[in-house]
Design a protein around this ligand. Structure first.
Ligand SMILES: C[S@@+](CC[C@H](N)C(=O)[O-])C[C@H]1O[C@@H](n2cnc3c(N)ncnc32)[C@H](O)[C@@H]1O
Length: 280
């Protein structure tokens, strides 16, 4: 039995099941991740803007992994299957696999995604740090906004490198620590100015881009891309707060306020990173 601690998913799933016509159910029907707003200055906190931006984030990470060039794609930490749905709608003749530690999310994903255009779609229960696949099985591995939940970033990289074919790519997004930010970030967190609610679970401490490069190199991967998209994600925060307020989830509002503050102070950046396994 796999164990996990995802309080926000417990609450979201409870609301989705209890009130499938609610705004929250609509917002998280496909994706449960931040939005990437192409015009952040002109963005508002509406549901429509957020959902378009959430889809756009998927598009950007899929582009970073060059999914269009691969046959077999694995989406680790696949949530309700939104990224697999996006790939299924935009690619043809691909083998698309989503993996998640939470069987409840996989049940929704299987409902959401029906394979089209000669694609195959499979959803598998498992842990990102013990991938249940043979070596060199995939051309692309994606991990959209989930690596901070995994038991170990290093072990996930080892596993991703193992299941990638030579020439394959890993692409992900994460909350990345800015250089020199650890001390002020930790001091401010301890000050309790805004207390860190447990809504998003107990997560790994953010690491820097330099640490990512070291972990990648240690797993035999090379950095292809490391892009700071923080400004494009900032409109997510008011949109998320409004959603949680309307859904009666004050913990969600507070946890989002905390994350917004560390982003606006420049300590934690939202980055898209991609890596290549050398062709051999
Ligand atoms: C913020 S959600 C992102 C979901 C999805 N990638 C998306 O973008 O909509 C984080 C996801 O990581 C998954 N997760 C957490 N720990 C995991 C683990 N050890 N192995 C696989 N998935 C995990 C959660 O169940 C959840 O679906």
């Amino acid at each position: 039995m796999l164990s996990f601690d995802l309080p926000y998913f417990d609450q979201i799933i409870e609301r989705l099941e209890g009130d499938p016509d609610s705004v929250l159910a609509e917002a998280f029907r496909r994706h449960v991740h931040w939005g990437c707003f192409e015009d952040p200055a002109g963005a508002d906190d509406s549901l429509g803007s957020y959902m378009a931006a959430a889809e756009n984030l998927t598009r950007r990470i899929s582009g970073a992994g060059r999914t269009g060039e691969g046959t077999a794609v694995l989406d680790v930490g696949c949530g309700f299957g939104g990224t697999i749905a996006h790939l299924n709608e935009t690619l043809e003749g691909r083998e698309l696999t989503g993996l998640n530690i939470d069987g409840r999310q996989l049940a929704r994903a299987r409902e959401l995604v029906r394979a089209v255009s000669g694609n195959t779609v499979d959803f598998v229960e498992g842990d990102a740090c013990e991938l249940p696949f043979e070596d060199a099985r995939f051309d692309v591995v994606l991990a959209v906004e989930c690596i901070f939940h995994f038991p170990s970033r290093k072990q996930f990289f080892r596993e991703a490198a193992r299941v990638l074919r030579p020439g394959g790519r890993l692409a992900l997004s994460d909350f990345v620590l800015a250089p020199g930010a650890l001390e002020p970030y930790v001091a401010w967190t301890k000050s309790g100015e805004i207390s860190e609610s447990e809504f998003y679970g107990t997560n790994k401490v953010p690491v820097t881009s330099a640490a990512y490069e070291r972990v990648a190199r240690g797993s035999g991967l090379e950095v292809l891309l490391d892009e700071d998209i923080t400004p494009n994600t900032l409109p997510t925060y008011p949109a998320m707060r409004r959603l949680y307020r309307e859904a009666g989830l004050p913990d969600g509002e507070q946890a989002t306020t905390f994350l917004e503050e560390v982003a606006r102070r420049g300590w934690v950046q939202y980055r898209i990173l991609s890596f290549a396994k050398p062709a051999g």
